[in-house]
Ligand binder design. Sequence first.
Ligand SMILES: [Zn+2]
Ligand SMILES: [Zn+2]
Length: 284
Amino acid sequence: MRLIGVHTSIAGGLHLSVKRAHELGCTCMQIFSHSPRSWAITYPSDEEVESFKKELNRCDIKAVFIHSSYLINLCSPDETTRKKSVKLLEYELALADMLGVPYVVLHPGRAVGQPESVAIKKIRDALAEICSKRGGSASLLIENTAGQRGDVSSYMSLIAKIVDNLQEDCIAGICLDTAHALQAGYNLTTSEGVERLASEIKKYLHPLQVKLIHLNDSKTPFNSHTDRHQHIGMGAIGTEGFKKFLSCPDFRNIPLILETPKRSESDDRENLQRVKEILKAVDR
Ligand SMILES: [Zn+2]
Ligand SMILES: [Zn+2]
């Protein structure tokens, strides 16, 4: 059975994120482990960790993913920001260890005017530093990005350059975002586009595999290089695109997390329902 879930809020306490996911009928979930717009490093108490774990058991959530902070830029041209980013990512991994969460999702960085090769080298150096110090069990999933404002992980070939020769036990695999893929230039509305994405993953990233799919529709058109998410079936990928994508054998049996817009309480429910309908049609 395919695991499906959404990104839920930790407002009011980590354990409440689990309850929120459970009430939506999720079998997996994603959270920010702390405020994603703050550099502050504070650890949860033993009680908070305990009640988070207890709630996971009670709610039968099979997999949890942590999305790392948007502040992290491992290739920032500002050395202070780059160093703070390394520290913050180490903190994200330490938090994941405490919470028993195996994977932390990372957007590696934005070049901000630097040549791409310089940015990629900085990210590799930062990841090598983090990996060399790693003692815990949590590891990283590198996410593909839309290719906007100098982000350097929009193509599989670029992700390959970022992770090449790094310790495998530190980089566990890829988080594939469908909206970002379409925005970056992988046309998921056609079988050829889905096939191209699947074959590039095999060609460039082997032995790394996709461990998580961020299933989002795109508010911006194909090749827009602009990251805006849309409700499932209502964007540039559309229901037919998701059918093509989800029926590709390479993308079966991978957990799905939705990061679709939440304007009202019912948005998550409706998006989850649409995904379930698409999966029913695909698995028939
Ligand atoms: Zn992301
Ligand atoms: Zn996005």
